[in-house]
Design a protein around this ligand. Structure first.
Ligand SMILES: Cc1ncc(COP(=O)(O)O)c(C=O)c1O
Length: 377
């Protein structure tokens, strides 16, 4: 029997240099992390991940429980039922809809499909850090400019950063972590000015919460149906399914086809598909939760203003403030029982983001903030 001799090497297996020094996804601190450090004796409230506070919709819980009984079977290939139902719900052609394992999964697929070594993406800072991380995995670089004073994407400044190697421009609307929004006409003007070979990804992870008159619905509004535009939405936030990992894209057939080529066939589980499908028709439950979020958001803005923190005007399920040292603020508030998210990993060490919880959690947050301020004065 012949044996293949594998040269022993001291350097180990080949790993692409593009991912040298790539930091892991920074998920923010959870109640679980804090408990692991011995904080279990205290009750901590986790408001660092912009999760919905209410769990899945009742119909989604029932559908998921039923579906688990068939967990021996692979999920439906191509996620056709959910894609079809989303297409009907949104009033678009099914060929314009892709479903994936969370917005994070879909951002990864867009990056794999569109970014070559040496290309670049354009974003604002601070923003959702998955864009830049996934660009780096492809050997692409990130060009970025500060958000405007209201925390919205600075589209005019972004145009200046686009060159012939720009493959993706992200518009996070509302922006995570600052909560600012860009309006319909300025977004259309921006898209008109972006080269046809550059894809505009409008990230609407928090779409359901945004209610301002000028806020665009880039799926329902046919003016946004362009070959190089794609919109991302997720079931993780308003629908309360973050743990199941299911989100969708609506865009041109060319972009949707490209994503489907690179995604893995069964990446969305059958349980997640069942839960998402059961959630979609329950528009009443969605409206109820959006209303509760708006109330909580208003109460938190009032309290933060009263306490002297001047939060930016929020449009999603979180608030953003710049106390000067986001980490120090988060540490002080955790001492009062609430875990929030300093924005350093998203590019702004001065800022901190607070998720809007349920009405009781909002009360707890306001009480903890008040104690924190009193303790420091
Ligand atoms: C702006 C933005 N986009 C996308 C996502 C991804 O969400 P998921 O992967 O849970 O769908 C998030 C999650 O926090 C987000 O804030």
């Amino acid at each position: 029997m012949s044996s293949v001799s594998i040269e022993s090497t001291t350097s180990g297996p080949y790993i692409r240099t593009a991912i040298d020094d790539l930091p892991p996804y920074s998920a923010g601190r959870s109640v679980r992390d804090a408990a692991g450090e011995g904080a279990a004796a205290r009750t901590l409230l986790g408001l660092a991940a912009n999760e919905g506070p209410y769990g899945p919709f009742p119909a989604a819980t029932a559908a998921a429980a039923k579906q688990i009984e068939n967990a021996n079977l692979y999920p439906e290939s191509g996620f056709r039922s959910l894609r079809r139902e989303l297409a009907e719900f949104l009033g678009v052609d099914v060929a314009r809809v892709a479903v994936g394992a969370g917005g994070i999964g879909l951002i990864h697929h867009l990056s794999v499909a569109l970014l070559d070594e040496g290309s670049n993406i354009v974003t604002c800072t601070p923003t959702f850090h998955a864009y830049a991380l996934d660009a780096r995995k492809q050997g692409a670089t990130t060009r970025t400019t500060p958000v405007r004073a209201d925390g919205s994407y600075d589209l005019a400044a972004m145009l200046e950063l686009i060159d012939e190697r720009t493959r993706i421009v992200y518009v996070c609307n509302p922006n995570n972590p600052t909560g600012g929004i860009v309006g319909r006409q300025e977004l259309l003007d921006f898209i008109d000015a972006v080269p046809a070979s550059t894809t505009v990804v409008v990230d609407e992870a928090y779409f359901e919460y945004a209610r301002s008159a000028g806020y665009p619905d880039t799926i329902a509004d046919a003016a946004f149906a362009r070959p190089n535009v794609v919109t991302l939405r997720t079931f993780s936030k308003a629908y309360g399914l973050a743990g199941l990992r299911v989100a969708y894209l609506v865009g041109s057939e060319a972009l949707i086809g490209a994503v489907q080529k690179v995604q893995s066939n069964y990446e969305v589980t059958s349980v997640a598909l069942a839960a998402a499908r059961a959630s979609l028709p329950d528009t009443e439950e969605l409206a109820r939760r959006i209303e509760l979020n708006a109330d909580g958001r208003r109460r938190l803005v009032e309290a933060l203003d009263r306490l002297g923190f001047e939060p930016l005007e929020p449009h999603a399920n979180f608030l953003y403030l710049r106390p000067g040292d986001g980490k120090a603020f988060a540490k002080a508030l955790e001492a009062e029982g609430i875990i929030v998210r300093p924005a350093n990993a998203m590019g702004d060490p001065s800022g901190v983001r607070i998720t809007v919880g349920s009405p009781d959690q909002v009360t707890e947050t306001i009480e903890a903030l008040t104690r924190m301020v009193n303790a420091s004065s």
